[in-house]
Design a protein around this ligand. Structure first.
Ligand code: 4AD
Ligand code: MG
Length: 428
């Protein structure tokens, strides 16, 4: 069986390909079958006078998304997608398709999401998900090449990873368990074993927000490095993000074109990324009319305003302790802030990374856990990381779908997940 993407290498040869009917046009003397095989799209041409009557009858009866196997000679045709067509001499129906719900016309997004299992076959969706697969591979490659050890962290956890507000709680044989909001705490424990570690998997947040940036299940890659401070952490993030963008530019040109992405914006993603402290950002926001008070986390509107000041991703660093998670290290130079950063994507895509240096002082960490009203007993093992050879360390979490949404220029993170989980959506 040949793959459609290889056909340019077989002009004049007879090949057999299999796939789905993407579109069909039947005229009096000729039928055009656009066949999609998952590797590409090719046009099969059936000429009535050149094939047996049964083959012509079968070709005429085909419908959108029916699966077929067809054989014929490959010939160059500039007008055909991919530059080649197949002069069909044999045709077999594999699976019939009747009244395919997604037609070449405008459908509402809820309808499309209800039919996500079929919508995946559409060109824009295929392009977005291919970019996703490329970025996932690029993430592993980047970290592997820099000697990070992948450590798989649990999905079912007994301690709150980020904040109590967005937990999915489930019964675990009479005990409470939470779906992981992050793998970070476990990575911190793995640092003394491997120095540089990462996890990459699904994370869960019971977000009651219906925005274009929120999923209840999303994928996050989290690197964690021993003996790295907050500046080292930002340098790694910068290199990482540049690598991911470059990789998509190099390998996903067709997909970006299908998605209509303006690549000039991506070409501009080069180091150094601008850095602005939270305190400076608040001052500038207030000068430009915002009513944000020092101490509050930046909201979507404020993040968009900050990113509009720059042409590439921007680090906002050292937020107020009260706006951030319990594990962040107190800033010795300004103890009301913590050593952390968010990375904001350009064009209003908002926060794609959250990172920090971790509190490595046992007493301060215990005080933060208490101050945040977290159950201290659940963190015994986490505190052991400070009890037995504590060390400075930093890490970050990059949200895969938010990053992709920015790179692919999407309007909603849900289109970059094969089967998105949203506030009102658990099916398909
Ligand atoms: O800033 P967050 O909450 O950071 C952490 O979870 C840390 N434990 C990471 C670490 O230091 N190891 O989340 C990290 C990123 C965000 O910047 C965002 O890109 C993404 O995860 N994210 C979401 N993406 C989609 N839907 C949601 N509801 C998200 N919440 C966070
Ligand atoms: Mg965050």
């Amino acid at each position: 069986m040949a793959e459609v993407r290889d056909l340019p290498r077989h002009p004049g040869e007879s090949v057999t390909v299999s796939g789905w009917i993407d579109a069909i046009r039947v005229h009096a003397r000729v039928a055009f079958l656009a066949l999609r095989d998952g590797t590409g799209l090719v046009q099969g041409v059936v000429v009535r006078s050149e094939v047996p009557d049964e083959l012509w009858a079968l070709a005429r009866s085909l419908t959108q998304e029916g699966s077929v196997e067809l054989t014929g000679v490959v010939r160059p045709d500039e007008r055909a997608p991919g530059g080649h067509e197949i002069a069909v001499s044999e045709l077999a129906l594999v699976g019939r398709s009747e009244e395919y719900p997604i037609q070449p016309k405008e459908h509402g997004v809820e309808f499309l999401l209800d039919h996500r299992h079929l919508w995946l076959r559409s060109s824009r969706q295929r392009a977005g998900l291919r970019v996703r697969a490329e970025v996932e591979q690029a993430i592993h490659d980047f970290l592997y090449e820099r000697d990070f050890v992948r450590v798989d962290t649990p999905i079912l956890t007994g301690a709150i990873g980020e904040s109590a507000g967005t937990l999915f709680e489930t019964d675990y044989f009479g005990q409470s368990a939470y779906l992981a909001q992050t793998g970070q705490l476990y990575l911190e424990a793995a640092c003394p074993a491997f120095r540089k570690v990462y996890c990459f998997g699904p994370t869960f947040r019971a977000e009651k927000s219906k925005t274009r940036r929120h999923l209840t299940e999303f994928w996050m890659v989290e690197p964690e490095v021993a003996f790295a401070d907050s500046d080292d952490n930002m340098a790694l993030q910068e290199e990482f993000v540049c690598h991911l963008v470059r990789r998509v530019l190099e390998r996903c040109g067709d997909e970006l074109a299908t998605l209509g992405r303006d690549t000039a914006v991506l070409e501009a993603v080069r180091p150094p990324f601008p850095r602005i402290s939270y305190t400076e950002a608040v001052e500038r926001l207030r000068e430009s009319g915002s009513e944000i008070e020092w101490g509050r986390d930046l909201g979507a509107a404020e993040e968009s305003a900050v990113s509009s000041w720059f042409d590439r991703p921007v680090f906002v660093y050292n937020y107020p302790a009260g706006a951030k998670a319990f594990y962040m290290k107190e800033n010795p130079e300004e103890p009301r802030t913590v050593l952390c950063n968010d990375l904001l994507a350009p064009e209003g895509y908002g926060e794609i990374i959250g990172g920090s240096q971790r509190e490595d002082d046992l007493e301060r960490l215990v005080a933060r856990i208490r101050a945040d009203g977290l159950p201290e007993e659940a963190y015994g093992w986490y505190l052991d990381v400070r009890r037995f050879g504590t060390f400075p360390h930093s890490g970050f979490g990059l949200g895969l779908e938010r990053t992709l949404s920015w790179i692919a220029g999407g309007s909603h993170v849900r289109e970059l997940v094969p089967f998105p989980r949203l506030l009102n959506r658990l099916t398909p």
